[in-house]
Design a protein around this ligand. Sequence first.
Ligand SMILES: C[S@@+](CC[C@H](N)C(=O)[O-])C[C@H]1O[C@@H](n2cnc3c(N)ncnc32)[C@H](O)[C@@H]1O
Length: 258
Amino acid sequence: MFNEEKVISKWIADMYDKDETETNDVEFALDIMGTQPKKILEIACGSGRILVPLAKAGHSVLGLDFDEYMLYKIGAKAIGLKNISYKKSDVILDEWDVNFDVVMLAGNFLFNIVSENSYDKAQELLFKKSAKSLEYGGHIYIDYGYTLSPENWFCFSEERIIWEGTDSDGTYGKMTLSDSTFDKETGMNEFVRKFELTLKDGTKIEQKINSKKHFATLDQIKNWLEKYGYCVENIYGDYNKNPISETTNRAIVWARKI
Ligand SMILES: C[S@@+](CC[C@H](N)C(=O)[O-])C[C@H]1O[C@@H](n2cnc3c(N)ncnc32)[C@H](O)[C@@H]1O
């Protein structure tokens, strides 16, 4: 998921699946999509937290992700569903399938892209590729953490525990973030992601990954949407459909390919 060692990837997939069980965003997305069955492409579908409920609601869905441990978890959740498929793909490097009614960049993917490209170029590429995958009149759905004061979010030095627990192989571990800085000019957030694992046989594994994210402002998002031929229909600041404000901490964008 973050260019980490394999045993760490397995541990992350288990932690993600156990801890990240939010459903508000999924219910919101279902409401926005409407009840008419649609052909939906989810970029970076992970372990199917969003993909599977979309399929259960009757949409025909394809999920792409490059993490085989995450993808593996979808099978058990999708038993009996004929309208779901998923495949291993690096969404920055590989071609995407086409003719979709909706392309989803949800679950904060704008902040979780792993790529050798510069971060904002990778973000922009997602808008370009989405346009190619959509039918005319189809929609792009973007949901990501957004704040009017990113410096308050991203500047901290202490170690923050993000996940801690034991996976199905009996590997205990902890992932922390620390030394996080934010450059207002470039919108770049730099931080250290640290994994400390203890395998069942007592072997200890530690990996530190110097990480970067680009905070895309809404103006940047709007510019990319305009550049690649979309018309913005709605922007929400939370799952109650309030507008972006000082107190909201998300941006959900629904734009049509024209
Ligand atoms: C935070 S998870 C989100 C998963 C899912 N959308 C959800 O909301 O539960 C981010 C996912 O992005 C995937 N990812 C990151 N960079 C990727 C890339 N270049 N190609 C494919 N998948 C990528 C990771 O493997 C991970 O599963």
